[in-house]
Design a protein around this ligand. Sequence first.
Ligand SMILES: *Cc1c(COP(=O)(O)O)cnc(C)c1O
Length: 231
Amino acid sequence: MTMIAENLKHLRDRITTACLSAGRRPEDVTLLAVSKTFGPQAVRAACAAGQRAFGENYVQEALDKMAALDDLPGIEWHCIGPLQSNKTRPVAESFHWVHTIDRLKIAERLSAQRPAGLPPLNVCIQVNVDAGANKSGVPVAQAFALARAVALLPGLRLRGIMSIPEPAPDFEAACAVHTRARALFDQLNADGLGLDTLSAGMSADLEAAIAAGSTLVRVGAAIFGERAAAG
Ligand SMILES: *Cc1c(COP(=O)(O)O)cnc(C)c1O
Protein backbone atom coordinates (compact mmCIF):
# COMPACT_ATOMS: atom_id res chain seq x y z
CA MET A 1 0.00 0.00 0.00
CA THR A 2 1.23 3.51 -0.74
CA MET A 3 1.59 6.00 2.08
CA ILE A 4 -1.37 7.93 0.67
CA ALA A 5 -3.51 4.78 0.61
CA GLU A 6 -2.56 4.05 4.23
CA ASN A 7 -3.33 7.58 5.30
CA LEU A 8 -6.70 7.43 3.58
CA LYS A 9 -7.56 4.17 5.28
CA HIS A 10 -6.62 5.61 8.65
CA LEU A 11 -8.71 8.70 7.98
CA ARG A 12 -11.76 6.70 6.91
CA ASP A 13 -11.42 4.73 10.16
CA ARG A 14 -11.31 8.01 12.09
CA ILE A 15 -14.44 9.24 10.31
CA THR A 16 -16.24 5.94 10.97
CA THR A 17 -15.32 6.03 14.66
CA ALA A 18 -16.44 9.65 14.96
CA CYS A 19 -19.75 8.86 13.24
CA LEU A 20 -20.46 5.84 15.40
CA SER A 21 -19.75 7.70 18.62
CA ALA A 22 -22.06 10.48 17.42
CA GLY A 23 -24.80 7.99 16.52
CA ARG A 24 -24.45 8.81 12.83
CA ARG A 25 -23.97 6.70 9.71
CA PRO A 26 -20.44 6.82 8.25
CA GLU A 27 -21.84 6.99 4.71
CA ASP A 28 -23.43 10.34 5.61
CA VAL A 29 -20.03 12.04 5.88
CA THR A 30 -18.02 12.72 2.71
CA LEU A 31 -14.25 12.94 2.79
CA LEU A 32 -12.88 15.73 0.61
CA ALA A 33 -9.16 15.16 -0.04
CA VAL A 34 -7.45 18.56 -0.20
CA SER A 35 -4.71 18.14 -2.79
CA LYS A 36 -3.49 21.76 -3.05
CA THR A 37 0.29 22.06 -3.55
CA PHE A 38 0.54 18.31 -4.31
CA GLY A 39 1.05 17.11 -7.87
CA PRO A 40 -1.07 14.92 -10.14
CA GLN A 41 0.70 11.74 -8.95
CA ALA A 42 -0.59 12.29 -5.41
CA VAL A 43 -4.14 12.62 -6.71
CA ARG A 44 -3.63 9.52 -8.86
CA ALA A 45 -2.49 7.52 -5.82
CA ALA A 46 -5.50 8.68 -3.77
CA CYS A 47 -7.81 7.89 -6.66
CA ALA A 48 -6.33 4.38 -6.92
CA ALA A 49 -7.22 4.00 -3.22
CA GLY A 50 -10.85 4.82 -3.94
CA GLN A 51 -10.92 8.57 -3.27
CA ARG A 52 -13.01 10.58 -5.74
CA ALA A 53 -13.59 14.10 -4.29
CA PHE A 54 -10.63 16.49 -4.32
CA GLY A 55 -10.33 20.05 -3.02
CA GLU A 56 -8.14 22.75 -4.55
CA ASN A 57 -7.46 26.35 -3.46
CA TYR A 58 -5.63 27.85 -6.43
CA VAL A 59 -7.39 28.00 -9.79
CA GLN A 60 -4.42 27.73 -12.15
CA GLU A 61 -2.83 24.92 -10.15
CA ALA A 62 -6.13 23.05 -10.22
CA LEU A 63 -6.58 23.50 -13.99
CA ASP A 64 -3.09 22.14 -14.63
CA LYS A 65 -3.85 19.11 -12.45
CA MET A 66 -7.20 18.48 -14.15
CA ALA A 67 -5.47 18.53 -17.54
CA ALA A 68 -2.84 16.05 -16.33
CA LEU A 69 -5.54 13.74 -14.93
CA ASP A 70 -8.22 13.85 -17.60
CA ASP A 71 -7.83 10.11 -18.16
CA LEU A 72 -9.16 9.43 -14.62
CA PRO A 73 -12.91 8.83 -14.62
CA GLY A 74 -15.32 10.16 -12.03
CA ILE A 75 -13.17 12.72 -10.21
CA GLU A 76 -15.11 15.52 -8.54
CA TRP A 77 -13.22 18.81 -8.19
CA HIS A 78 -14.12 21.21 -5.36
CA CYS A 79 -12.89 24.80 -5.25
CA ILE A 80 -12.28 25.64 -1.57
CA GLY A 81 -10.09 28.74 -1.94
CA PRO A 82 -11.14 32.38 -1.93
CA LEU A 83 -12.42 33.35 -5.36
CA GLN A 84 -11.84 36.66 -7.15
CA SER A 85 -14.23 37.81 -9.84
CA ASN A 86 -11.61 37.65 -12.58
CA LYS A 87 -11.15 33.89 -11.89
CA THR A 88 -14.77 32.80 -11.98
CA ARG A 89 -14.94 31.72 -15.64
CA PRO A 90 -12.48 28.81 -15.52
CA VAL A 91 -14.01 27.74 -12.20
CA ALA A 92 -17.52 27.76 -13.68
CA GLU A 93 -16.23 25.77 -16.67
CA SER A 94 -14.13 23.14 -14.92
CA PHE A 95 -15.12 22.55 -11.28
CA HIS A 96 -18.04 20.54 -9.89
CA TRP A 97 -18.31 22.42 -6.61
CA VAL A 98 -17.42 25.81 -5.08
CA HIS A 99 -17.45 26.04 -1.26
CA THR A 100 -16.45 29.67 -0.89
CA ILE A 101 -19.39 31.80 -2.06
CA ASP A 102 -19.27 34.88 0.18
CA ARG A 103 -20.96 37.50 -2.00
CA LEU A 104 -23.71 37.59 -4.57
CA LYS A 105 -21.55 39.07 -7.32
CA ILE A 106 -19.32 35.98 -7.42
CA ALA A 107 -22.35 33.69 -7.44
CA GLU A 108 -23.97 35.64 -10.28
CA ARG A 109 -20.81 35.43 -12.38
CA LEU A 110 -20.44 31.69 -11.76
CA SER A 111 -24.08 31.14 -12.68
CA ALA A 112 -23.84 33.17 -15.88
CA GLN A 113 -20.55 31.53 -16.88
CA ARG A 114 -21.58 27.93 -16.18
CA PRO A 115 -21.64 26.23 -19.60
CA ALA A 116 -25.15 25.26 -20.73
CA GLY A 117 -24.13 21.65 -21.42
CA LEU A 118 -23.08 21.03 -17.80
CA PRO A 119 -25.29 20.40 -14.78
CA PRO A 120 -25.58 23.37 -12.39
CA LEU A 121 -22.46 24.10 -10.35
CA ASN A 122 -22.85 22.88 -6.75
CA VAL A 123 -22.14 25.67 -4.28
CA CYS A 124 -21.87 26.34 -0.57
CA ILE A 125 -22.10 29.71 1.15
CA GLN A 126 -18.99 30.34 3.25
CA VAL A 127 -20.04 31.58 6.69
CA ASN A 128 -17.84 33.23 9.29
CA VAL A 129 -19.43 31.31 12.18
CA ASP A 130 -17.04 32.42 14.89
CA ALA A 131 -16.57 36.01 13.64
CA GLY A 132 -12.89 35.03 13.70
CA ALA A 133 -9.86 37.02 12.67
CA ASN A 134 -10.08 34.94 9.50
CA LYS A 135 -12.40 37.36 7.75
CA SER A 136 -13.54 35.13 4.89
CA GLY A 137 -17.21 34.28 4.78
CA VAL A 138 -20.43 36.17 5.39
CA PRO A 139 -21.55 36.94 8.92
CA VAL A 140 -24.29 34.58 10.12
CA ALA A 141 -26.86 37.39 10.02
CA GLN A 142 -26.27 37.90 6.28
CA ALA A 143 -26.26 34.21 5.38
CA PHE A 144 -30.05 34.02 4.97
CA ALA A 145 -30.30 36.80 2.39
CA LEU A 146 -27.30 35.53 0.45
CA ALA A 147 -28.54 31.92 0.51
CA ARG A 148 -32.02 32.93 -0.75
CA ALA A 149 -30.50 34.96 -3.59
CA VAL A 150 -28.01 32.24 -4.59
CA ALA A 151 -30.75 29.59 -4.56
CA LEU A 152 -32.50 31.49 -7.38
CA LEU A 153 -29.53 31.47 -9.78
CA PRO A 154 -30.15 29.03 -12.63
CA GLY A 155 -26.53 27.98 -13.22
CA LEU A 156 -25.97 27.07 -9.56
CA ARG A 157 -27.35 24.50 -7.16
CA LEU A 158 -27.12 25.65 -3.57
CA ARG A 159 -26.05 22.62 -1.52
CA GLY A 160 -25.12 24.05 1.87
CA ILE A 161 -22.75 26.09 3.94
CA MET A 162 -19.05 25.91 4.63
CA SER A 163 -17.02 27.23 7.56
CA ILE A 164 -13.36 27.52 8.53
CA PRO A 165 -13.43 28.44 12.22
CA GLU A 166 -10.31 29.49 14.08
CA PRO A 167 -8.56 26.53 15.75
CA ALA A 168 -10.31 25.76 19.05
CA PRO A 169 -8.43 24.97 22.27
CA ASP A 170 -10.24 21.69 22.94
CA PHE A 171 -12.97 19.30 21.78
CA GLU A 172 -15.82 21.09 23.61
CA ALA A 173 -14.87 24.47 22.17
CA ALA A 174 -14.59 23.00 18.68
CA CYS A 175 -18.01 21.33 19.09
CA ALA A 176 -19.55 24.61 20.23
CA VAL A 177 -18.44 26.51 17.13
CA HIS A 178 -19.39 23.70 14.75
CA THR A 179 -22.78 23.47 16.46
CA ARG A 180 -23.35 27.13 15.53
CA ALA A 181 -22.75 26.23 11.88
CA ARG A 182 -25.11 23.27 12.19
CA ALA A 183 -27.80 25.46 13.76
CA LEU A 184 -27.56 27.90 10.86
CA PHE A 185 -27.73 24.99 8.40
CA ASP A 186 -30.92 23.73 10.13
CA GLN A 187 -32.46 27.23 10.13
CA LEU A 188 -31.78 27.62 6.42
CA ASN A 189 -33.48 24.29 5.83
CA ALA A 190 -36.43 25.35 7.99
CA ASP A 191 -36.55 28.27 5.55
CA GLY A 192 -37.10 25.71 2.78
CA LEU A 193 -33.70 25.79 1.09
CA GLY A 194 -33.27 21.99 0.95
CA LEU A 195 -29.57 21.93 1.84
CA ASP A 196 -27.69 18.64 2.20
CA THR A 197 -24.10 19.75 2.79
CA LEU A 198 -22.42 21.16 5.88
CA SER A 199 -18.76 21.51 4.87
CA ALA A 200 -16.99 21.71 8.23
CA GLY A 201 -14.04 20.06 9.92
CA MET A 202 -10.40 19.57 8.96
CA SER A 203 -7.60 17.25 10.13
CA ALA A 204 -7.49 18.64 13.66
CA ASP A 205 -11.20 18.98 14.43
CA LEU A 206 -13.07 16.49 12.28
CA GLU A 207 -14.35 14.52 15.30
CA ALA A 208 -15.90 17.67 16.77
CA ALA A 209 -17.33 18.69 13.39
CA ILE A 210 -18.90 15.25 12.89
CA ALA A 211 -20.32 15.28 16.41
CA ALA A 212 -21.95 18.63 15.57
CA GLY A 213 -23.42 17.36 12.29
CA SER A 214 -20.88 18.04 9.53
CA THR A 215 -21.60 16.13 6.30
CA LEU A 216 -18.26 16.83 4.59
CA VAL A 217 -14.79 17.09 6.11
CA ARG A 218 -11.87 18.65 4.22
CA VAL A 219 -8.51 17.03 4.90
CA GLY A 220 -5.15 17.67 3.25
CA ALA A 221 -2.03 17.13 5.32
CA ALA A 222 -3.28 13.95 7.02
CA ILE A 223 -3.59 12.34 3.58
CA PHE A 224 -0.82 13.84 1.46
CA GLY A 225 1.70 14.96 4.09
CA GLU A 226 2.82 18.36 5.30
CA ARG A 227 2.88 21.14 2.72
CA ALA A 228 6.18 22.90 2.05
CA ALA A 229 4.70 26.39 2.33
CA ALA A 230 1.60 27.56 4.15
CA GLY A 231 -1.32 27.41 1.80
C1 LIG B 1 -5.94 23.65 3.09
C2 LIG B 1 -7.35 23.57 3.48
C3 LIG B 1 -7.87 22.42 4.13
C4 LIG B 1 -7.01 21.24 4.53
O1 LIG B 1 -6.13 21.59 5.53
P1 LIG B 1 -5.11 20.51 6.12
O2 LIG B 1 -4.52 21.19 7.28
O3 LIG B 1 -4.12 20.21 5.07
O4 LIG B 1 -5.92 19.30 6.49
C5 LIG B 1 -9.22 22.40 4.41
N1 LIG B 1 -10.03 23.43 4.10
C6 LIG B 1 -9.59 24.52 3.46
C7 LIG B 1 -10.53 25.62 3.14
C8 LIG B 1 -8.24 24.63 3.16
O5 LIG B 1 -7.79 25.75 2.54
